[in-house]
Write a protein that binds this ligand. Structure first.
Ligand code: DI6
Ligand code: FE
Length: 404
């Protein structure tokens, strides 16, 4: 058991809802006990019971909860720089996908890579995120598309947690694309690979949630629903890539299954937001994909706000639609492209990112009982984290997890 530690001399962005903008405490102090936060408050209100414990003065630095990237495709082989050139030459993402490029080209490279190679490639991107204060990362399968290759991706994801001081949360995304061997047989792919593979991966404790790509270049709402039925039977939460390129009513399907989140949502109809909001699912916004695909249709941010939907922000780090391994850049884009406020962007990678992963109560706030996983920053104000592009303002992590 670690020694209790009293942090002083810090400005705290607690991200508590009930505590004003960013839940800021200017002359803050915090007590860490074991691997949890025991007390948070102002330096002149430290309870006497904590006198005498070890003190670390943070000399004016800003402290936030460790950041959360709640939607990534971090594990993959190869790269798609050539497709980037094609898109700049006028080809659309859908055209490239239909011509056998896109996700399927990353599938080839991922299948060809060894597990150790996939770990090494993913580590580079993971280290980029860690260098920007990220301590919780969601990682999806979806570039294997056979039972063995999908399981291998999730095994790689779990291995990353053992070699870096981060929490990894996995999602089964076998319903990401139709592999060439199942061309025009999407239903057979769901029956023969997605569903049995999910059962097997779950039995090996490799799956924390179940995802899908509901889109006319991928799977219909009816096909995704069959995967969700299996997920529900297995007691696993669901989430969905919904309304990224067209309105398939995926967000409403996700809502009916009590999803943790629906992600992308550019084509979500404003009329559907009220029904979506009633489910309590998080809207995960992915401005990196919006930017990369030069999308012009904005997610219905105003309606999401009006209906009180919690909005998260994530990188969607992937080789095709969002080649971005920078959570701070995603926050900046959320502000500039989606007109989110810097406070909403920071909520999106703390409190609401945690909710999107089913980790509310553990991560995303500086509050008693939450994980003592902190990012300490070389900035004065939390808005700075969304403002600047390039260079990492991370001063250091304070992590109380046992080191791998
Ligand atoms: N939507 C996306 O933006 C990513 N997956 C998805 O379902 C794209 C993945 C890729 O292009 O490799
Ligand atoms: Fe994605």
């Amino acid at each position: 058991m670690k020694q209790d530690l009293l942090l002083t001399g810090c400005r705290l962005a607690t991200m508590r809802r009930d505590a004003g903008a960013y839940g800021l405490i200017d002359d803050g102090a915090m007590v860490l006990r074991g691997d949890c936060i025991a007390w948070v408050g102002s330096v002149d209100a430290i309870p006497p019971e904590y006198s005498g414990i070890e003190v670390e003065n943070l000399r004016g630095h800003l402290v936030t909860p460790t950041l959360i990237d709640c939607h990534t495709h971090l594990v993959f082989g190869g790269n798609r720089a050539r497709e980037f050139e094609m898109r700049l030459g006028g080809a659309s993402y859908e055209e490239i996908a239909r011509a056998g490029g896109g996700i399927v080209s990353t599938v080839k490279a991922t299948r060809a890579a060894s597990e150790d190679e996939l770990v090494a490639l993913a580590l580079r991107r993971l280290d980029d995120l860690i260098g920007e204060g990220v301590g919780v990362v969601e990682i999806k399968s979806g570039y294997g598309l056979t039972i063995e290759d999908e399981i291998r991706m999730l095994r790689v994801a779990r291995r990353l947690e053992a070699i870096r001081p981060v929490k990894i949360v996995t999602s089964w995304l076998a319903a990401h694309a139709i592999p060439p061997e199942f061309k025009d047989r999407a239903d057979a792919y769901i029956d023969e690979i997605v569903i049995p593979g999910l059962k097997q991966a779950a039995s090996e404790d490799l799956v924390d949630a179940v995802d899908g790509f509901c889109e006319n270049i991928a799977f219909s709402a009816a096909q995704i629903e069959r995967v969700f039925v299996t997920a529900t039977k297995l007691g696993l939460p669901v989430k969905l890539h919904a309304e990224q390129l067209s309105d398939q009513k995926g967000a409403l399907l996700a809502a009916r299954y009590g999803a943790l989140s629906a992600d992308h949502l550019e084509y979500l109809d404003e009329q559907d937001v009220e029904q979506f909001s009633a489910s309590g699912a998080v809207a995960v916004l992915l401005p990196g994909a919006f930017y990369t695909l030069k999308e012009t249709k904005l997610p219905p941010i105003g309606a999401l706000r009006r209906h009180g939907v919690d909005m998260a922000v994530a990188t969607d780090c992937n080789p095709g639609s969002s080649p971005i391994s920078s959570i701070l850049t995603a926050m900046n884009m959320a502000c500039t492209e989606f007109s989110m406020t810097p406070e909403e962007a920071l909520q999106g990678v703390t409190r609401n990112g945690a909710k999107a992963l089913g980790l509310s109560g553990e991560y995303g706030l500086l509050a008693p009982g939450f994980a003592a996983e902190l990012a300490v920053w070389n900035v004065d104000h939390p808005a700075d984290l969304s403002y600047w592009i390039g260079g990492s303002p991370l001063h250091k992590f304070i992590s109380r997890k046992s080191k791998p």
